[in-house]
Write a protein that binds this ligand. Structure first.
Ligand SMILES: Nc1ncnc2c1ncn2[C@@H]1O[C@H](COP(=O)(O)OP(=O)(O)OP(=O)(O)O)[C@@H](O)[C@H]1O
Ligand SMILES: [Mg+2]
Length: 363
């Protein structure tokens, strides 16, 4: 099996070269432990994006070929130590790289909305979910962490500059009964976002710590797509209650869900469940439902990953128009069914979080 893994790794070329990572000597170790495959990559380069690129290709090709295994890919220093940034996590290891995850004071639960792939509906779902929780009378914050493409200004029809307190803290804006913050509010629409990875991570870190949320029951984080620097910096620094991974029913995005879920698992962040978005198309004229993207992918995948499927959200033109109008669909009380989907989703999340809390008390 090891030789099969190595042969697969030989198919991956280092970016910009006609040479594969095995012959470059970048594969430092391959370990098999039960149902887990661990691969250490020692890449001597200061180019973070090349490393990340190789990391992702390895994760992808190995998980595609060994779908029953947990795949853990580590970037190690060339002398064999795990580099802090993408080191994998073992729940009980003594030199726990995630031990300095801090719990945000005054915020009971932080939930990240993530996906491996872009455009699957993270921002839409994060926003509607946050509003649904606020309607259930929870104290809610919504934070758009997509530095490359913040979307909250449009989704919530809000674009004010936040106030800064005397202590140099950023005060979130208030909208639809919740507190909201986005990079977009600070940088405006026009500033080109040209930050490189490490800068972005630093900025996120700072931004995150500098917002004066007050007391919150739930803080919902809208993440950028993928498993890049923002996500890593976040899961390293902040103790999340859990992550929710969004998928659409196509196979490609399901492979991405696996990657997203793997990233959180490696950093000991519970994945609370999967949401399948754009599951079926409901004809605006006749009300019939058809499954244009195929059937049941989210169900199969969430079962395989042993995660609950938290919701199926239909593909609905009204979702786009309401988002474009800055008034998320859950606020529209006439659209009873879709509103119920989001209210039920909020309910499920409240339940899961409560169960998790009880379990943590027992242990
Ligand atoms: N269930 C749905 N039915 C119809 N359109 C939808 C649905 N969910 C999302 N969309 C639309 O799909 C587009 C992408 O959604 P959204 O911006 O929420 O995705 P995202 O995952 O946040 O994207 P990104 O990765 O770029 O941040 C938007 O135009 C949104 O209105
Ligand atoms: Mg988004």
């Amino acid at each position: 099996m090891k030789s099969k893994i190595i042969n697969l790794l030989r198919q991956i070329q280092y970016p910009g070269y006609d040479r594969d990572i095995v012959s470059f000597g970048m594969v430092s170790a391959v370990r098999l432990e039960g149902k887990s495959i661990q691969i250490d990559l020692g890449i001597k380069s200061s180019n973070e994006s090349n490393k990340q690129n190789v990391h992702e290709s390895v994760q992808k090709i190995i998980s595609e070929n060994f779908s029953d295994y947990e795949i853990i890919v580590n970037l190690v220093d060339v002398d064999g130590k795990q580099s802090a940034k993408t080191a994998s996590h073992h729940a009980h290891s003594s030199n726990d790289p995630w031990a300095n995850q801090t719990k945000l004071p005054q915020i009971n639960h932080v939930i990240a909305i993530a996906s491996g792939k872009g455009g699957v509906g993270k921002s839409t779902i994060a926003t509607n979910l946050a509003i649904a929780l606020a309607e259930k009378k929870f104290r809610v914050g919504l934070l758009d962490l997509d530095v490359y493409g913040p979307s909250m200004q449009v989704l919530l029809g809000e674009n004010k500059q936040p106030e800064i307190t005397d202590e140099q803290k950023i005060l979130p804006l208030t909208k639809y009964g919740m507190k909201i913050m986005s990079f977009g509010f600070l940088i405006g629409d026009k500033s080109p976002v040209i930050w490189r990875g490490p800068m972005v991570a630093k900025l996120v870190d700072q931004f995150f710590n500098d917002i004066e949320w007050g007391s919150l029951d739930y803080l919902i984080l809208d993440l950028p797509p993928g498993t890049g620097d923002v996500q890593l910096s976040l899961v390293q620094r902040v103790k999340l209650t859990g992550a929710i991974v969004i998928t659409t029913p196509q196979d490609l995005s399901l492979a991405d869900v696996r990657r997203g879920a793997d990233m959180f698992r490696q950093t000991n962040t519970p994945v609370l469940g999967v949401i399948e978005n754009m599951s079926n198309f409901i004809c605006p004229h006749c009300g019939n439902s058809s499954e244009i993207f195929g059937h049941g992918g989210g169900i199969a995948e969430s079962a395989r990953l042993n995660l609950p499927l938290l919701a199926h959200i239909p593909l609905l033109a009204d979702i786009v128009t309401s988002s474009d109008a800055g008034k998320p669909i859950v606020l529209n009380r006439e659209l009873v069914e879709i509103r119920r989907v989001f209210m039920d989703l909020a309910e499920s999340i409240v339940k899961i979080v409560k169960q998790q809390e009880e379990q943590n008390h027992v242990h």
